[in-house]
Design a protein around this ligand. Structure first.
Ligand code: FES
Ligand SMILES: [Fe+2]
Length: 386
């Protein structure tokens, strides 16, 4: 049963088991959802200097994000001459020069230097016709997004409310505290759905998240925000009042940071980016990269917030918190790894759609309805959805 996004009454998941397990469906969603949506690919700090670049897989394409004399550009990693890869490493600092015969490219991807150029009169006469395939790239703050196909809305419209949030987060970020990639033996949507509910915390995370008392457990202190017109949802969980009082005692020493709040926030930027923070003193950014129908790589990064008026003691306190945070985050990840794998293996056997908790799993229903609006052919026959 389902309704419009504004009056979510979904009890049965609208996606079927095969949408998580079928290889052909995986290809289809990659060529549609991941091609026509703005997809987060990385952070501007990684390509800050001219010629800095990184590679990322997007909608089946090997994509280069490159700093071309201060402008960020996205190109498909395939030389116009005989199609060799231009960059072989995942990241680095190198001009756009093909390692095979040495063609070099300008900031618009046009061939600019060609050894034995007299052999290529056509290319020299019309270099624009032989440019690298350039993809749309837009940024909000430090967050870089790329879209590989379609001529839909600009990033700002696409992100809607999430735009302002990512801007404020960007203005807060300081040093990278942790940077790791982990693989899940699961479909990417299972991983996202797992991130969208806290219902599994008492069992799966009983020795980590389940054992801490930072969060208020009162139902009314957990608020889901589920906009009607896009798939970006966020959840705010008030901090435990007593815990907050204790924290405030050393706040004086720690100083202040730009984006300060008194809760935990979990933001999904549809379809595959999450940004979370507790109080705003650090931010956890995760990109869920679909590698195969049953394999997802999670690129995870934790940033410290920029702090001012911090005492030496405050700095020590925060370093310790950050260190614990890092270790804690890795343990939580390993626990979610298990949950996602179990769910994928079970989904291979399932015949009926999953059942969703009315309140506790509302964000999953919201995610699925957003998914359905991009991929309407996922709707089960007779569901009445469109
Ligand atoms: S394939 Fe790139 S220069 Fe020849
Ligand atoms: Fe979890």
């Amino acid at each position: 049963m389902m309704g419009a996004r504004g009056d979510l009454i979904v009890h049965t998941a609208v996606l079927l088991p095969r949408h998580y397990t079928d290889e052909q469906w995986f290809e289809h969603e990659r060529n549609t959802l991941f091609a026509t949506s703005w997809i987060f690919v990385g952070m501007a700090g990684d390509v800050a200097r001219p010629d800095d670049y990184f590679r990322v897989e997007l909608a089946g394409l090997d994509v280069i994000v490159q700093n071309c004399d201060g402008q960020l550009r996205a190109f498909v990693n395939s030389c116009s001459h005989r199609h060799a890869r231009i960059h072989e490493e995942l990241r680095g600092n190198r001009r756009l020069v093909c390692p095979y015969h040495g063609w070099s490219y300008d900031g618009e991807g046009r061939p600019a230097g060609i050894p034995h150029r007299e052999n290529f009169p056509e290319v020299c006469a019309r270099p624009g016709d032989f440019a690298l395939r350039q993809l749309e790239l837009q940024t909000v703050g430090l967050f870089i997004f790329v879209r590989t196909a379609g001529d839909g809305a600009p990033l700002r419209t696409y992100l809607s409310q999430a735009w302002g949030f990512l801007e404020r987060v960007s203005a807060s970020l300081d040093a990278v505290l942790d940077d790791f990639s982990g693989t899940l033996a699961s479909n990417w949507k299972i991983a996202i759905e797992n991130a969208l509910e806290g219902y599994h915390v008492p069992l799966i995370h009983r020795s980590t998240l389940g054992a801490i008392n930072q969060f208020s457990a009162q139902r009314e202190d957990i608020v889901d925000h589920l906009p009607d017109d896009n798939g970006h949802s966020w959840m705010i969980n008030a901090a435990n009042a007593e815990w907050l009082r204790r924290w405030q005692r050393f706040e004086q020493a720690i100083g202040s940071w730009p984006f300060k709040f008194d809760h935990y926030v979990h933001q999904l930027v549809f379809p595959n980016l999450t940004v979370t923070s507790f109080l705003g003193y650090s931010f956890h950014i995760q990109r869920f990269q679909p590698d195969a129908v049953n394999r997802t790589t999670v690129h995870s990064r934790i940033y410290a917030a920029r702090c001012s008026n911090q005492s030496a003691e405050g700095n020590r306190i925060l370093r310790r918190i950050y260190e614990e945070n890092r270790e804690f985050t890795h343990r939580v990840f390993a626990e979610d790894q298990r949950a996602c794998k179990l769910t994928y293996l079970g989904a291979l056997q399932a015949r009926r759609p999953a059942v969703l908790a009315q309140h506790l799993e509302k964000r999953i229903a919201h995610f699925q309805l957003a998914y359905l609006s991009v991929l309407p052919d996922a709707a089960p026959a007779g569901s009445g959805s469109s």
